[in-house]
Design a protein around this ligand. Structure first.
Ligand code: LLP
Length: 420
């Protein structure tokens, strides 16, 4: 089998799984911390550089605390994410609120917290004024380049995407913000998801830097922060090449020198909102085989379901699988690896070559550290499972399994009559 790293030695992981019970997600906090620091160091030339970690990728307070300590910010897209980031200790100026189709109470929470508000639509200017009585001193706008860029499968083609303000709306956005008392201006975009082509992200920087100039020329407004969004990809397949922070940073630096510094537009703070490339490769879903079944195809049925990881079912995404103890065996059997939902797309892999599998084998599904547990749901009354964190060499439980009591907590045993 082709190797991908495990969170600990194979035998140790099997023994841990047998002790705590499967399935569960486990994260390597030490590797996440080192990765966060590596990103910061790669961009150390950029004054005030920060990555606002996309909370939606891995919204566990223990992970957020760890990233806060490593100097990251938090990117929140909803009211509960704002509360979680705040509770995890992120100071308000390190919290970015990037939402879309935003509720009034979400704007109010972000405003009261003092987070940076990134507006997704021109009409949101009036919404914030109506709800918060004024605009905050600092505002950001999310740009949608339309036909100018191609986007990709997960995030969608910009011209078809619901996000952001168009090129023709952008100038009026900044002017109206200035006319309503805004003093500090930022620019944001998010045009790709899981992008492994470095040049695509460099082109995003070029696009935003040229907008910084255009906005300045047309309005006199200085953009103080350019947020390149998230979307930096990870090598889900063993043969994929990762994006290297050092190389990406070097190319963005060179554009910054020629397009910002040389044009007299500096300083502009460079920021990202990456989630996946920070925690994704450092999470694993560990699950046990319940049944191996032969029908028209051969199936491996796990105790995990797509409620633990829905990316393969939703996007046809590839997640590598290791069979513990069989790392050195030939991958000579073709299986569909499934969960137990009454949904035929409840599959972690289709037509995957693996070593011969028997009941009780432990399968490790790789790269579940972002958009894994967080996308879970309760269909078929499947409970979401525990999360563990390796920190300073110790394994800590950071979320327990959901229980039946959790599942029924919001149902009313005694229905209440609603008068209206
Ligand atoms: N910022 C904004 C405004 C976003 O919409 C997203 C992701 C991110 C940052 C973080 O993106 P990342 O660096 O983690 O790729 N659930 C999907 C991805 C959906 C992406 C939505 N936005 C997945 O499993 O691939």
């Amino acid at each position: 089998m082709t190797a991908k790293p495990l969170p600990m030695e194979s035998k140790q992981l099997a023994s841990f799984a047998n002790t705590v019970g499967t399935p569960f997600h486990i994260y390597d906090g030490d590797a996440i911390k080192a990765n966060a620091i590596a990103m910061k160091e790669a961009f150390s030339w950029a004054d005030g550089f920060i990555n606002y970690f996309a909370v939606k990728a891995l919204p566990n307070i223990n992970i957020l605390r760890l990233l806060c300590k490593a100097g990251f910010g938090a990117d929140c897209s909803s009211l509960p994410e704002l509360r979680l980031a705040s509770e995890a200790g992120f100071p308000a100026h390190r919290i970015m609120f990037s939402s879309n189709d935003t509720a009034d109470e979400e704007f109010l929470e972000a405003f009261n917290l003092g987070a940076i508000i990134n507006l997704d639509d021109i009409t949101h200017i009036d919404d914030v004024i109506r709800v918060c009585k004024r605009l905050p001193e600092t505002i950001s706008f999310r740009y949608n380049p339309g036909n100018e860029r191609t986007g990709n499968a997960i995030i969608g083609n910009p011209v078809e995407a619901k996000y952001g303000v168009t090129h023709s709306q952008l100038i009026s956005c900044y002017e109206r913000a200035r006319d309503n008392g805004v003093k500090h201006f930022m620019l944001h975009t998010m045009v790709a998801s899981n992008e492994l082509d470095e040049s695509y992200i460099v082109e995003t920087a070029r696009m935003l830097f040229s907008l910084v100039k255009e906005i300045h020329e047309k309005t006199g407004i200085r953009i103080e922060q350019v947020d390149l969004g998230g979307g930096v990809g990870i090598p889900y397949k063993p043969e994929d090449k990762p994006i290297l922070f050092s190389s990406l940073s070097e190319k963005i630096h060179s554009l910054y020198s020629s397009m910002i510094e040389a044009e007299g537009l500096s300083p502009v703070r460079i920021t990202f909102e990456c989630g996946r490339c920070i925690t994704g490769p450092f999470g694993w879903l560990v699950s046990k085989v319940r049944h191996v079944a032969s029908k028209y195809k051969d199936y491996v049925g796990l105790d995990a379901t797509m409620a633990d990881l829905m990316r393969p079912a939703l996007y046809g995404a590839y997640h590598h699988i290791t069979v513990l103890g069989k790392e050195n065996e030939q991958a000579c059997h073709m299986y569909d690896v499934t969960g137990s939902l009454c949904e035929n797309n409840d599959k972690f892999a289709v037509d995957r070559m693996l070593p011969e599998i028997t009941n009780g084998d432990i399968l490790v599904i790789h790269d579940t550290g972002a958009h894994g547990h967080s996308m879970g749901f309760n269909y078929n009354a499947k409970m979401r499972h525990a999360e563990y964190l390796i920190e300073d060499g110790k394994v800590l439980k950071i979320r327990r399994d959901e229980t039946y009591e959790d599942y029924v907590r919001t149902q009313l045993d005694r229905p209440e009559e609603v008068r209206f």
